[in-house]
Design a binder for this molecule. Sequence first.
Ligand SMILES: NC(=O)c1ccc[n+]([C@@H]2O[C@H](COP(=O)([O-])OP(=O)(O)OC[C@H]3O[C@@H](n4cnc5c(N)ncnc54)[C@H](O)[C@@H]3O)[C@@H](O)[C@H]2O)c1
Length: 308
Amino acid sequence: MTYLITGGAGFIGSHLTQRLLREGKRVICLDNLSTGDMRNIEQNKSQGYKFIRGDVTKPIEIEEKADVVFHLASPASPPDYFRFPVETLLTGSVGTYNALNYALKNGALFFLSSTSEIYGDPLTSPQNEEYCGSVNPIWPRSVYEVSKRFSESMTMTFHREFGLSTRIVRIFNTYGPNMRLNDGRSIPNFVRSALSGQDITIYGDGSQTRSYCYIDDVVDAFLMLIDADYYLPINVGNPEEITIKELADSIVEATGSKSKIVFNKPLDDDPKTRKPDIGKAKHILGWEPKINLHQGLNLMIEAFRCKN
Ligand SMILES: NC(=O)c1ccc[n+]([C@@H]2O[C@H](COP(=O)([O-])OP(=O)(O)OC[C@H]3O[C@@H](n4cnc5c(N)ncnc54)[C@H](O)[C@@H]3O)[C@@H](O)[C@H]2O)c1
């Protein structure tokens, strides 16, 4: 089996790659390295691995045929998509169209990594897949939310119109090794600050909630979804909900840091709550997370100690 992973040099793509290579699969990575990191993939020297530096917003002209396309390419951290707003919209729209066309031409299964951000600032909690979300199409954050909504719509259209086999996963906050130190998302930010003894900055009063899933659990869900005959969107995340303040406290405790927690003005458009309803993933895939936040944070902290 050959897998094309767009965005394979990023955080999630690099873990997925390592799992597939361990299972003896062949992996082609297509990545423009805009937010990815060569250090995530330089250990993949096996015969079964090929890296192609390229941008999915250009037609994908890879001669090799893949059986599965994991379409992960997209800036994913808020500082990244605020830095690359136009590129984010183009990657989610033109890039997804190109990746779908490559899959169609090669008779490959197409897997879209969508996001809980398509729910926007949700008016209901937990969020299940039937909830249509609360997104303001003109707020700055919409570059990501709307590009992923477009990606889902385009994927469903290829499924309906051309009979393409497709999968859509709505990923909630995921963390683990291979995140960049300057990634900008809360867990890497807090762990980096705690390990270097700097202040940990919370935007707002810290009462906003998130639900964090460890990367190995997310990769398990991806591979189970590939094997399941289910094309509608499916939530993947850890329903263990925690406030941002509780998260910062846990990281200070787990690192034994002397860092102070300081509060800054709230970010515009920051969602107040995030908690997945994973009933479908449990029922359809038989999946649920195995690694709790305490265990996952310890693994993450060990990995970041080596980076620091
Ligand atoms: N990590 C999370 O918590 C999370 C949550 C929800 C959804 N997702 C989705 O999972 C996917 C991977 O996220 P991640 O956390 O690994 O992010 P990441 O930024 O670490 O990885 C994204 C990768 O895509 C590449 N890329 C970006 N634009 C590209 C383009 N136009 N052409 C080719 N490559 C491009 C980047 O260089 C990078 O290697 C994204 O689609 C993201 O939306 C992630």
